[in-house]
Design a protein around this ligand. Structure first.
Ligand code: HEC
Ligand code: HEC
Ligand code: HEC
Length: 101
């Protein structure tokens, strides 16, 4: 009985990270300015952004991702739809807020 309980507890623990994934999870967008890690958890849970604010436009999946330039973001494309200095900090602000590597 004890063994069964321990096995069950382990199963629950190992399943947790999977259950806790929000939307597409943590995604790394590789680019020449340095990797950008986008957090669904941060945007959806803590900052209460709706899936529909980002899907299906401008974002789809990593596989179908359409590469955009910072110039395009400055005029509202991709992250720039919100990161414009009004809804959220601007793409022209501290680069290292997004480019962590
Ligand atoms: C603030 C913007 C934003 C919000 C809100 C958001 N997403 Fe995403 N999502 C992204 C970005 C960026 C990507 C990466 C794909 C791309 O760049 O086109 C992505 C990718 C995904 C993917 C594909 C992951 C992969 O590995 O390719 C899924 C599934 C997904 N999102 C589901 C959701 C769901 C469900 C919600 C709501 C609970 C949500 N998203 C909310 C921005 C967002
Ligand atoms: C709100 C988040 C964010 C901020 C702030 C940001 N970037 Fe980016 N940047 C991105 C993302 C995401 C990509 C990848 C775009 C893609 O692949 O579609 C990118 C791509 C790039 C690229 C490659 C594309 C291009 O335009 O040549 C360079 C270089 C770059 N960023 C430099 C910078 C610099 C310099 C700053 C500060 C002035 C900055 N970024 C601020 C998110 C950001
Ligand atoms: C639908 C609107 C929306 C879109 C699109 C969006 N964000 Fe955000 N993001 C926000 C808001 C709102 C905040 C919180 C306000 C602030 O920090 O200025 C935020 C905060 C952030 C933060 C700081 C998180 C923290 O820990 O405090 C990062 C990093 C970030 N976004 C990256 C991105 C990147 C990269 C993209 C594009 C792939 C993106 N965001 C697209 C709305 C958005």
């Amino acid at each position: 009985m004890r063994k069964v309980l321990i096995t069950l507890a382990l199963l629950v623990i190992t399943a947790l990270p999977v259950l806790a994934t929000v939307g597409g999870g943590e995604l790394t967008l590789k680019n020449e300015g340095g990797d950008v890690v986008f957090s669904h958890e941060r945007h959806v849970v803590e900052l209460e952004q709706a899936c529909l604010a980002c899907h299906p436009e401008p974002f789809t999946t990593i596989k179908q991702h359409k590469t955009v330039t910072m110039k395009a973001m400055e005029t509202g494309a991709s992250c720039g739809a919100c990161h414009n200095g009004t809804k959220a900090f601007s793409v022209k602000d501290d680069c290292t807020k997004c480019h962590t590597k």
